[in-house]
Design a protein around this ligand. Sequence first.
Ligand SMILES: C[S@@+](CC[C@H](N)C(=O)[O-])C[C@H]1O[C@@H](n2cnc3c(N)ncnc32)[C@H](O)[C@@H]1O
Ligand SMILES: [Zn+2]
Length: 270
Amino acid sequence: MDRIVHLLRCPLCGGAFSRKDSSLICPKRHTYDIARQGYVNFVPGQKDMFYRKELFESRAQVFAAGVYQPVVERLTEMLDAYLPQENPVIVDAGCGEGYYAKAVCPGRGMTRIGFDLSKEAVRLAARGEKTAVFFAADLGSIPLADGCADAVLDIFTPANYAEFKRVLGPGGLVFKLAPRSGYLRELRELAADQLRRKEYDGGDVERYVHEKMNVIAQETICYTLHVSQETAYHLARMTPMLAGTDIEKLDLSAIRQITIDETLYIGTVK
Ligand SMILES: C[S@@+](CC[C@H](N)C(=O)[O-])C[C@H]1O[C@@H](n2cnc3c(N)ncnc32)[C@H](O)[C@@H]1O
Ligand SMILES: [Zn+2]
C-alpha cells in the first residue's frame, strides 16, 4: 500500500492521501482504514448484491481449473506489445477476486492495482497477496489520481469511460474484454427453458465501445475446452448469464465442454 499511496485520491473530495498508522487521511480529513489483509474499503456501507461470496469462490475454482488461461496468455502478449515501458501502472477495474490483475504478465515488474464494488471480492483478492494492491471502490468515483495509470483492464465489467479517461495518462490504453455470442453456449443452451434472454450477441457492447473508444486493435478470443463436472458446476454458479436460474434443476452431467468466446478491444478513450 505504501508504494501506491501517491497514486490514490479521496473519492469524496479528490484530495491526496497521506498514511497515518493504518489509515489513509485526505486534507479534508476523510479517513479510510487499511484492513489487516491490506485492502482499503472506499465504499463503506455498500451492500454486496448479486455478486456474493459463494459466487466469487466459484469464480476462483474456475480460474484455478485454467478455463481462462488462454485469455490471460493473449492479454499478456498484448500488454507486453502495447506497454513496453518499465513498471507500467495497470488498473483492473471491477477486478472481482483479482485473477487477471495477478495473472497477466507473470514475472514482469508492474504496479498492479485492482478495485471492485464488492467488498467480498476484494477481500478474496487481497488475501495473502504481495504483488498487487486491491480496494473496494465504485467505477463512478475511482479513488485514483488523474493521469496515474498506463492501462485500465475492463474485463466483463461495466465501464465508466469518463473515469477511465481521467485516471489514464497520455496515450493510456483500455483493454476491454466482453462476451460474444458463443460465450458459455453449452450452459445457456442447457438452461434455455429458464432464461428470459436466450440469445446474446454482444452487439450493443460493440457499438458502445466504438462510440467511446478509439479502438486500435480488436480481436476475437474463442476456444472450446473439456471441463470436469465440478468445473461445470462452478461455471454455472459464477456466471451472471445464468442469473435467476435454478442451477439445481440443470443436468450439468450433460456438460462436457465449454466454449469461451470473447472480444478483446484495445484503445484510448475518446
Ligand atoms: C462479471 S464480474 C467480472 C470480474 C472480473 N473482471 C473477472 O473477469 O473475473 C463483474 C464485476 O464488476 C463489479 N462491478 C459491478 N459494478 C461495479 C461498479 N459500479 N464499480 C466497481 N465494480 C463494479 C462486480 O462487483 C463484479 O465483480
Ligand atoms: Zn477527502
